[in-house]
Design a protein around this ligand. Structure first.
Ligand code: SF4
Length: 228
């Protein structure tokens, strides 16, 4: 598994995939990457330290992801990141957080003392699809509620049961309310959720222009950021 990468195209940055305690929610129906979660704190901290030692600070921006939210990273790893931020003159961090931690976002900003851009896995703004099919446990109703707290969203497209209208609505909300977005094209994994090939083909054609949008990253493969 690759845990360090440098993104040299849109939004230049270094990215690390760290290990953390189990995702506090852990029940999204499409997710099997929580298998990377662990409970052996010492081992996770050691592994994370190794990955973090590769950070050079070349773009001044570091994105740290884990299979869950940044609030599930071991404390010692957060301290290691803080040391690297200082040493390598990193001036912005990018973290992921689930909706359940929305009231804690400033904790990380205070801890690191630099701007933190938060990404949230919205998956879709269609409430029923998000909550009943994907079981995301993120009970917002309108994009404005999310935009009041998060700078960047992740959408998921190409799942059976999703419609073109849902996707149109999601992309237009992303462009209207958020500075930055990531669109993940769903790939079949070990969960029962299935990819809708026809919908993916339609999306890739209809939204080809997103590939040239500097504020949107489209991940056709889950490993497109070079980690995973
Ligand atoms: S919140 Fe994220 S990591 Fe946790 S189960 Fe859902 S998709 Fe997986």
């Amino acid at each position: 598994m690759e845990r360090y990468s440098v993104i040299t195209e849109k939004n230049r940055r270094e990215i690390v995939l760290l290990r953390a305690f189990p995702c506090a929610w852990g029940k999204c129906t499409f997710c099997d990457y929580i298998e990377d979660n662990g409970r052996d704190e010492e081992e996770m901290v050691r592994q994370n330290r190794e990955v973090l030692s590769r950070v050079t600070g070349e773009y001044g921006v570091l994105e740290a992801i884990n299979s869950g939210s940044c609030f599930e990273l071991p404390r010692a790893t957060l301290e290691d990141i803080r040391e690297i931020v200082d040493e390598k003159k990193i001036d912005r961090l990018i973290f992921e957080s689930h909706w359940i931690y929305r009231k804690r976002l400033d904790e990380m900003r205070e801890f690191f003392g630099i701007p933190v851009t938060y990404k949230i896995g919205v998956e879709t703004f269609d409430y029923d699809f998000r909550e009943k099919v994907l079981n995301k446990h993120a009970d917002f109703r309108r994009p404005e509620e999310v935009a009041a707290l998060f700078d960047s969203i992740c959408l998921m497209v190409g799942i059976e049961g999703q419609t073109k209208d849902m996707i149109r609505n999601d992309i237009s909300a992303m462009k209207k309310y958020f500075k930055h977005g990531t669109v993940n094209v769903f790939n079949n994994n070990s969960t029962p959720i299935r990819r809708d090939e026809e919908l993916v083909r339609w999306f890739m054609e209809e939204y080809r222009w997103l590939l040239d949008d500097p504020d949107v990253e489209v991940l056709y493969e889950i490993t497109d950021f070079g980690v995973g």
